[in-house]
Every structure is written in structure tokens, then in C-alpha cells.
Design a protein around this ligand. Structure first.
Ligand code: FAD
Ligand code: ZN
Length: 474
């Protein structure tokens, strides 16, 4: 069936489905739903739907399916690839009102929530039950669990707990024809055919609309230790990571990297931040360990790791947080880098991954390449070294006009991504594909893989009404 545009007749039907609380056509209400956090894209929509139940989502999709009108699901709209923004004539469907906790099963270590629950609220619900939901990212105060699962979000705890994908046991999904797949299983073992759940994780709303999920919970750590460490180079950082994992019985939760420029941008633009050291250093890691074992001398363990790392020449200087406030200060430095970068001029960004064992090569070769392509460029390199995901970000050289720098985006992107792909890497480690990286899917994935993606899309959404123009190349 040919796709068509939202008409007034369909709009009236959809409004009736969701009721007076469930829609808006007020441009001021719609505006924040049409912006993207980096200002790269703008969406267009005349109607925002905010259904409150799975049945309402299903009926909306069914009505749109009948006439071939596209539906774009949206969570907290913190996505960084333009994936949740609609185009004219499409229906924007926000999951924010679907924010109920459906079930908490402490003995099963599971929490069943609706897709519109804000990530920080999910974490808080787990905490109230004395448990932990480990997914954590800087946007957690506004992103929603449905968006996290639809993008398979990563964040800072992946080293220890895995991506969003690994936090799910079951899903409830509204399919392209409006039928509902109830896969809300709370099972840790269930080998009964194809792993359908996996299809919807990281599919960014192109195969189905996630309306609820069964999430895995974990015991809460009793003790955490956070250290800000100056390391001699990224290869030394990798040796330190191994040392820390081995000596601590794998208690490392976070192992984040930042270079000197990243720290300098934060110190220059973010109030109330200060350098943890008196001397400048070139490379830093933020190390966090956690233990749930009573009587574990975690602090002693971290001291041992740092001492051995110092003797082995890996560690140049280290600051072990003496209080929660100091730990928060260290974390603030790391989490403020994207904002600091934004405040410091035009940026070209790469969210890439390589095997952890090759991250030092990536940092060295990526830096050399960028400096060759754009002499004087500022390398804002930081990221999740412990899981291989580095944000190879570049800021305009001092003295170069923003437009001139941004005009180089495509050339720089291709050179950097060619390098990454040549290192068995990924051109999008944790932010997904959306609109931004759809062409890279065609460019960097094999024809066989692209064809498999197209066949899945065709099988699950034959009329192409779910989030068209995203993820799957034309
Ligand atoms: P949205 O932006 O609303 O949507 C994202 C995509 O998912 C869209 O394609 C949308 O159509 C689809 N979608 C949303 N909800 C559903 C649903 N219920 N069913 C089906 N499809 C749906 N990401 C990381 O991985 N790691 C980070 O460390 C990280 N840090 C960030 C820091 C900041 C300051 C910001 C602004 C963003 C960051 N992000 C990070 C990116 C972003 O927060 C994540 O991609 C997040 O998972 C998106 O969730 P959301 O609810 O905002 O989804
Ligand atoms: Zn990140």
C-alpha cells in the first residue's frame, strides 16, 4: 500500500482514541518534541499523541496502518541521531504518559515497567526495593526506558553490567498492524524458538513500538570507590584496567577515559569544577569499583591497584575520592564534557567502538589522522575505555571559522570511520543510527547484512509505516 499523509479525518479518529488528555496540536507544546539535543535536526508535526495505555497505542497504530500513515515513536527525545523526529504528514507518538510500574518481583530480581518511565525513576524504584537497576547515562533524568531499549543505550556501567539490551527479559510491543505481542516474560531461561525480543532492541522504532518491559535487577553494592587517575598513556590505562579487574575480583564498574583537552574544556566552561591534580597530565581515567560483600576492604583494594599501577609505571598520579561529594565532583568532570564541548564552538563527533585491546591504537591513530586532516584541530577524546567505546570528538581549531570547519564534516567522518572499521570497529557504538548514520549502514555493512535488515523490515512492517527514513537504507 502507498504511504499517505495525516488527514483531518484520521486526526479526528486518533484524538478520539486517546481522549482529551492524550493529544495536542498547540505549537508550543509540540516544539520541544521537534528539537534535537544538538540542534542538528528539526522535526515537523501538526499533531502530538500521548496515549496512556497499550490498547490506545495499538488502536492508533491500527488506524494509521489502515490508511498507510507513518507513526514515529518518541521517548524522552534525548536521542543524538535524529531518530525520534517526525516529518510532515507523520504522526508523532510520545510514550511519556505510559509511566506506570506494572510489577516488582523482588525474589525474581525483576521490575516490569511501561515504556514511558524515565530512566532515573526506574533506578529509584529499584533502589526503594533495596536493589539496583544499573543502566546509567548523563541523560537519565529525561530519557525513557522505552527509548533506552529502542536505542540499546550504553552509558558508563557497560563494562560491569552490559548495554540496555542485557537488562531485559521480556517486552510488550505494538506491531505495525496494531496487533500486540505480549512477550513480557520474567524468565531467565526460555529457549522456545527465535529470540523475538532481540529484534526490537536497537531497532529504534522501525520494527515495533515498545510499550512495556521486564527489566533485570541486581543486588545493590554496599560500597563504592571512585578514583581520578593520571595515566602515562592509553596503553598503560589498559594494563591498569586489567590489573584492577584481576585484583578486585572483577569489581570494576566504570573505566572512563578523558584526555587533557576534555578536562581543560570542562574547567574553562563549567562552573565549580577544578582540576583534581596540581600538575597537568595528558591522559586520565575515572575508575569506579563497587562491592556488595560485607567486610570487603574496597578502599584498600583500590589503593593496592593504584600502588601496583604506580610501580609498574602505568599511574603517574591518582586522587581517591575521600567523600561522596568528591566522587560526585570527579563524575561531574566526566559527565560535563559533552556540554563543555558544545560551549566551546563547532564540533564533529564520532561515537565509535573497537575491541578494548585496540583502544590505544584508535586514540593514537585517530588523533594523528584528525590533525592531518584539520591542522590545529582540538581533540576532545573521551569515553568508555573499559568497553571499547570512545567518543572521538573534534572541535574547531582556534582561529578557524565554524562554517569552514563544519564544511569538512563528511570528509573527516569518512576518514575516521574508515579507520575505525579497519580496526574491526563499529561506526555507531551506543547512540544508534537514526537519520544521522543511515548512509553509513549502507556504506560499512556488507550487502548480505543490509539485505537481512531490509528483509526483516519488510517482514515486520511491509508498508513501511513505522519510523520511516530511519536506520534501514533505502
Ligand atoms: P528518544 O530520543 O525519544 O528516541 C530514540 C529512538 O528510539 C528514536 O528512534 C525513537 O523513535 C525510538 N523510540 C523511543 N521510544 C520508543 C519506544 N517506546 N518504542 C520504540 N521506539 C522508541 N546514549 C548512550 O547510549 N549512552 C550515553 O552515555 C548517552 N549519554 C547522553 C548524554 C546526553 C546529555 C544526551 C542528551 C544523550 C545521551 N545519550 C546517550 C543518547 C540518548 O540519551 C539515548 O539514546 C537514550 O537511550 C534515548 O532515550 P529517549 O527516551 O530520549 O529516546
Ligand atoms: Zn557515551
Amino acid at each position: 500500500m502507498a504511504r499517505s499523509q495525516l488527514t483531518e479525518a484520521l486526526a479526528a479518529q486518533l484524538k478520539a482514541v486517546v481522549g482529551p488528555q492524550g493529544w495536542s496540536d498547540d505549537p508550543q507544546v509540540l516544539a520541544p518534541h521537534l528539537e534535537d539535543p544538538r540542534g542538528t535536526y528539526r522535526g515537523t508535526a501538526s499533531l502530538l499523541l500521548r496515549p496512556a495505555t497499550t490498547a490506545e497505542v495499538a488502536e492508533v497504530v491500527r488506524l494509521c496502518h489502515v490508511v498507510g500513515v507513518a507513526v514515529v515513536p518518541q521517548g524522552g527525545n534525548t536521542g543524538l541521531t535524529g531518530g525520534g523526529l517526525p516529518e510532515a504528514g507523520e504522526v508523532l507518538l510520545s510514550l511519556g504518559r505510559m509511566n506506570r510500574v506494572r510489577d516488582l518481583d523482588v525474589a525474581n530480581f525483576t521490575l516490569t515497567v511501561e515504556a514511558g518511565c524515565v530512566l532515573a525513576d526506574v533506578q529509584a524504584t529499584a533502589e526503594e526495593a533495596g536493589l539496583l537497576f544499573p543502566l546509567s547515562l548523563a541523560a537519565e533524568g529525561s530519557c525513557q526506558i522505552g527509548g533506552n531499549l529502542a536505542t540499546n543505550a550504553g552509558g558508563t556501567n557497560v563494562l560491569r553490567y552490559g548495554n540496555a539490551r542485557e537488562q531485559v527479559l521480556g517486552l510488550e510491543v505494538v506491531l505495525a498492524d496494531g496487533s500486540v505481542w505480549d512477550g513480557l516474560r520474567r524468565l531467565r531461561k526460555d529457549n522456545t524458538g527465535y529470540p523475538l525480543r532481540e529484534l526490537f532492541l536497537a531497532s529504534e522504532g522501525t520494527l515495533g513500538i515498545i510499550t512495556a518491559a521486564v527489566l533485570k535487577l541486581y543486588p545493590r553494592p554496599r560500597e563504592m570507590q571512585v578514583a581520578f587517575v593520571a595515566v602515562s598513556d592509553p596503553e598503560a590505562a589498559l594494563r591498569l584496567l586489567r590489573r584492577a579487574r584481576e585484583l578486585s575480583g572483577d569489581a570494576v564498574v566504570t573505566f572512563e577515559y578523558l584526555n587533557r583537552t576534555s578536562l581543560e574544556l570542562v574547567l574553562a566552561t563549567i562552573p565549580d569544577t577544578r582540576d583534581p591534580f596540581d600538575e597537568p597530565h595528558t591522559h586520565y581515567v575515572l575508575l569506579e569499583l563497587a562491592s556488595g560483600r560485607p567486610g570487603d576492604d574496597l578502599r584498600g583494594l583500590v589503593e593496592l591497584v593504584l600502588e601496583e599501577g604506580f610501580e609498574a609505571g602505568e599511574v603517574i598520579d591518582a586522587a581517591l575520592a575521600a567523600s561522596e561529594a568528591q566522587a560526585a565532583d570527579f563524575w561531574r568532570i566526566r559527565e560535563s564534557i559533552p556540554e563543555a564541548q558544545k560551549r566551546t564552538g563547532a564540533g564533529i563527533r564520532h561515537d565509535v567502538a573497537v575491541p578494548v585491546s585496540r583502544t590505544h591504537e584508535l586514540l593514537a591513530q585517530g588523533g594523528a589522522l584528525a590533525e592531518r586532516l584539520v591542522p590545529g584541530v582540538r581533540l576532545v577524546f573521551f569515553g568508555h575505555l573499559g568497553d571499547g567505546n570512545i567518543h572521538l570528538n573534534l572541535n574547531q581549531p582556534p582561529g578557524m571559522a565554524a562554517e569552514a570547519f563544519l564544511a569538512l564534516t563528511e570528509e573527516v567522518n569518512h576518514a575516521v570511520l574508515d579507520l575505525v572499521m579497519g580496526m574491526d570497529g563499529s561506526f555507531s557504538a551506543e547512540h544508534g543510527v537514526g537519520r544521522l548514520k543511515r548512509d553509513e549502514v549502507a556504506r560499512y555493512k556488507s550487502p548480505v547484512e543490509v539485505d537481512l535488515m531490509r528483509r526483516l523490515k519488510q517482514a515486520l512492517d511491509p508498508d513501511g509505516i513505522l519510523n520511516p527514513g530511519k536506520v534501514v537504507p533505502d
